[in-house]
Design a protein. Structure first.
Length: 205
């Protein structure tokens, strides 16, 4: 789970945009943002929706944030000396402990869907960055055929919906969040859009 989502001409423009946003959130959450990622973020523009307004705030902050400052913030949030301010894992949010049943269930679904952990990744697969990347790949067909909306909804409801909005809300309000506060807003707004959309379509293909 290390490559960016690839463009798939067989999926709709809307689905490609969804996949791109999942992939973008994954990139921001997988590690401290590079100079290139900060520059790309600073160039983003948003509309008047809640999501768009958050993107605009994020772009403005990215343009003022140095790579060392972003790295310090990321470390304080997710790594720390013993642990970061937040633990971005499904098991922790859903059970209060790491490496619990949500991780085992995710690994079963990864096996069924043909998703394998990259050899250079050592943290549990139920971290938020990996789950965002998996959703991007399910939409684009990175792990095989592009998955139907019903399959996407099933994965989302099992592994993301129970906790991701809570995590992103925590990221918005974390003491050390500056650049990552609007990342939390973007993530929370996007997760709500996805949850509402899946309810409306009922998972139909």
């Amino acid at each position: 789970m290390t490559q960016a989502a690839l463009k798939n001409p067989r999926i709709t423009e809307e689905d490609q945009l969804r996949a791109d946003l999942y992939g973008y959130l994954s990139a921001l959450l997988a590690g401290p943002p590079s100079k290139q990622l900060l520059s790309q973020t600073a160039a983003l523009t948003g509309d008047d929706t809640d999501l768009g307004k958050a993107v605009t705030v994020l772009a403005g902050l990215a343009g003022k944030t140095s790579v060392p400052a972003a790295e310090r913030e990321y470390t304080a949030l997710f790594i720390g000396l013993a642990r970061g301010e937040l633990l971005p894992y499904a098991s922790y949010y859903m059970t209060g402990f790491l490496n619990e049943k949500p991780l085992a269930a995710l690994r079963q679904d990864m096996l069924r869907l043909g998703i394998t952990r990259a050899p250079n990744v050592f943290e549990p697969e139920d971290n938020i960055a990996s789950l965002m990347e998996m959703m991007s790949g399910l939409i684009t067909g990175r792990f095989g055929a592009a998955q139907s909306l019903s399959r996407q909804r099933e994965f989302f409801n099992r592994h993301i919906a129970p906790w991701a909005q809570h995590f992103f809300s925590d990221l918005e309000g974390a003491k050390t969040s500056v650049l990552y506060a609007p990342v939390g807003t973007v993530g929370r707004a996007f997760m709500k859009i996805e949850a509402d959309a899946f309810r409306l379509v009922g998972g139909d293909e």
